[in-house]
Design a protein around this ligand. Structure first.
Ligand code: ZN
Length: 257
């Protein structure tokens, strides 16, 4: 279910022929950078992360906040940050995330300030991603909206001849939203069926959050097995992405694999 109606592609994509356009696009990235407001936000695109990682793509996550408000019961208040760090580490192992930056801003208090903008600018220049995936603008959570603003501007500023002590400028060719978009259909429906069980396994590791979903690690791992069986029987699972106005397909990076 790729968006074959997207018709402005030129250059390498124009030769994609009958191959689903978006499948070709995403698989040829070498490095992607995923922005997450909190530990576990990136799991919204976990199947994609696992699929790309398995194909040799270097997947880097930049997590803005420490998740300190994500304690569902008072007894977890003093240990929640450390717990969620461990859960994020487990998520990285399950999905094949190569590196996770922790900016450790306080949960529910992420601020779009100069210090954070420049820190993210430096990370973009260090990672040199072919594509950035981030939160969209339509969201109730203030940290999600601020992550959208900070990551979009930092990705753009990183390509400008500014703040030169923070690395060589890097222009990221493609920027996508993976959540937080309302009122328009997704531009990409990416088939992640084979890797969808990894998404459930990654959620299974977010033990501190299970009470929100009325689940346990065991019930989620059992669900992952059920998903595997469903996929074996032909069930399809997709993850959705939206173009931002920085998706210029004419400057798609050269195909290397
Ligand atoms: Zn979040």
């Amino acid at each position: 279910m790729c968006d074959l109606s997207f018709s402005t592609a030129e250059g390498p994509l124009a030769s994609a022929g009958n191959t689903p356009l978006i499948e070709v696009t995403i698989v040829n990235y070498s490095t992607i950078l995923v922005f997450a407001a909190h530990p576990d936000d990136e799991i919204q695109m976990a199947g994609t992360i696992a699929k790309l990682s398995a194909a040799g793509v270097r997947v880097v996550v930049c997590q803005f906040t420490d998740g300190c408000e994500g304690y569902p019961t008072p007894d977890l208040r003093d240990t929640i940050v450390e717990l969620r760090k461990q859960e994020a580490d487990a998520c990285d192992r399950v999905l094949g995330i190569a590196r996770r930056y922790h900016l450790d801003r306080p949960d529910m208090a992420l601020v779009n300030d100069k210090e954070t903008l420049l820190e993210v600018l430096r990370i973009v220049r260090e990672v040199r991603p072919d594509a950035v995936f981030t939160h969209g603008p339509d969201d109730f959570h203030r940290d999600h909206r601020t992550t959208c603003d900070l990551s979009l501007e930092a990705t753009w500023q990183a390509g400008q001849p500014v703040s030169s002590q923070r690395g060589e400028p890097w222009k990221t060719p493609h920027v996508f939203y993976y959540k937080g978009v309302q009122g328009r259909p997704a531009d990409i429906n990416y088939d992640v069926s084979e890797y969808y069980p990894k998404r459930v396994e990654a959620l299974a590791e977010q033990i501190s959050q299970h009470v929100l979903f009325n689940s346990t690690r065991d019930t989620m791992l059992a669900e992952a097995e059920m998903v595997k069986q469903a996929v074996a029987q032909g069930q399809k699972y997709y993850e959705q992405f939206w173009f931002t106005d920085r998706c210029h397909f004419t400057d798609f990076p050269p195909v290397t694999r």
